[in-house]
Write a protein that binds this ligand. Structure first.
Ligand SMILES: Nc1ncnc2c1ncn2[C@@H]1O[C@H](COP(=O)(O)OP(=O)(O)O)[C@@H](O)[C@H]1O
Ligand SMILES: [Mg+2]
Length: 408
């Protein structure tokens, strides 16, 4: 993977009074796993968890020192491609798999390590499985009340009513799973998992069986339900939009580890590694040179000069650069603005209609390409030269020694 040393610089070109104003530009990797959360604030703490499958010679490491922390009431998400270890992480936290090393703490209690073990039913963990796993022979009330065996019949009925109201299905207790749509079944599965008031709710790709149109809306609904109930939740998915719509913090996973554990905004605008930049969103990497003048730092790229904000730790800014000051600068499509008045021109080489916007692939005079999102009433032909300028809150630079490639 090479030396990964991105620099996240806030307040470039346009001084942001928004999302990250006042935040010092520190590298995300240094704060990624712990994020300053005290153990006492943590509902879930996963430390250096290793899980593997198979016998000695054909061993597959599904989790390779996985670490992250989730505060009480927070919604976290593990985001990654199929096979990166998401389900294994959930199963280990729930208590269906034993770790080889590392530990899982729930509410500051170690529930799983090579030395310590708490049975799954004593962990206070609720799970919503990928296929919902509703009991087909039980009605909705029977499904939702299933885990409430210690309650009296009256308490159970009351809790089932509350849960069905919470998930937006009041009065549907007598219906059967086969009479419900996919989205409704998903809500029943959620009500069932929430009914015993778990410390943590785990959700494995909860929307994967639903229409893509429904997913983002349901993700927002689910977020509202979880926040209303004050539940700490960990979701796993391969879908970036689901992760971003639902979670407060997202961990981008690769090969059993977390590359970066951060807010969706920072994952997108301040990716800690090239892998994260590639996995989350579109973008292009352009060569640049870091310069220091009059106590200020800037990055010179073909599009012009990008000033590095004064708050930036300049030692960090310089660290991505080689001895000649060369870096690669990540430009997201929304960092590149179409402006007829700009003297900087780029040629349209590809275009994709996205409804409200076109995604243009543009070629700069040097031959380098970048992406730009442009309102779709600016309908330019392939081969045409259009004016552009750079406009972003953050400039993210990477080590040039890494193989250059375009995020897509
Ligand atoms: N029960 C198992 N036996 C053997 N290998 C497994 C088992 N479960 C998962 N794996 C392997 O562990 C890796 C991670 O799997 P998984 O956690 O299911 O990934 P994800 O949920 O991200 O798709 C994969 O290589 C998978 O083939
Ligand atoms: Mg899975």
């Amino acid at each position: 993977m090479g030396a990964r040393f991105p620099t996240a610089v806030s307040g470039c070109a346009v001084e942001s009074a928004g999302k990250n104003a006042g935040e010092s530009a520190v590298r995300s990797t240094t704060r990624s796993a712990a994020d300053g959360a005290d153990t006492a604030d943590c509902a879930l703490q996963v430390e250096e968890l290793c899980v593997s499958f198979g016998a000695a010679r054909s061993k597959i490491a599904a989790l390779d020192r996985l670490s992250f922390r989730l505060r009480r009431g927070e919604i976290g998400c593990l985001l990654g491609a199929s096979g990166c270890g998401k389900t294994t992480a959930l199963r280990t936290i729930a208590g269906f798999l034993r770790p080889e090393s590392g530990c899982v703490h729930i509410d500051a209690q170690c529930v799983a390590s090579p030395q310590q073990w708490t049975e799954p039913e004593r962990r206070g963990v609720g799970v919503v499985f990928q296929d919902y796993a509703l009991f087909p022979h039980l009605d909705v009330a029977g499904n939702v009340g299933f885990g409430l065996r210690r309650h009296t019949a009256a308490q159970r009925a009351q809790r089932v009513r509350e849960m069905l109201e919470l998930v937006g299905l009041p009065g549907s207790g007598a219906r059967f799973p086969h009479e419900l749509s996919g989205g409704q079944q998903q809500r029943v599965a959620l009500a069932r998992a929430l009914a015993p008031a778990p410390s943590i709710l785990l959700l494995d790709e909860p929307f994967s069986n639903l229409d893509p149109d429904l997913r983002e809306r349901l993700a927002l609904d689910l977020r509202e339900i979880l926040k209303r109930a004050g539940t700490t939740a960990l979701l796993v998915t391969h879908d970036q939009y689901e992760a971003f719509a639902l979670a407060d913090r997202v961990g981008v996973m690769q090969a059993g580890r977390i590359e970066q554990w951060d807010t969706p905004y920072r994952l997108y605008h301040q990716p800690a590694t090239r892998e994260v930049a590639d996995f989350v969103g579109l973008g292009a990497f352009l060569p640049g040179v870091v310069e220091h003048r009059d106590g200020r730092s800037q990055v010179q790229i073909e599009l012009g000069t990008l000033p590095i904000h004064a708050r930036t730790d300049q030692a960090i800014a310089g660290a991505a650069a080689n001895t000649r000051g060369e870096v690669l600068v990540l430009l997201r499509p929304d960092d590149v603005v179409h402006d007829d008045a700009s003297t900087l021109r780029a040629q349209v080489v590809r275009k994709a209609f996205r409804g409200a916007q076109f995604l243009y692939t543009l070629r700069l005079p040097s031959g380098a390409t970048l992406l730009a999102l442009v309102p779709s009433h600016h309908d330019h032909a392939i081969g045409e030269s259009i004016g552009i300028r750079f406009d972003a809150d953050h400039v993210v630079t990477f080590d040039v020694q890494e193989t250059a490639r375009t995020a897509h």
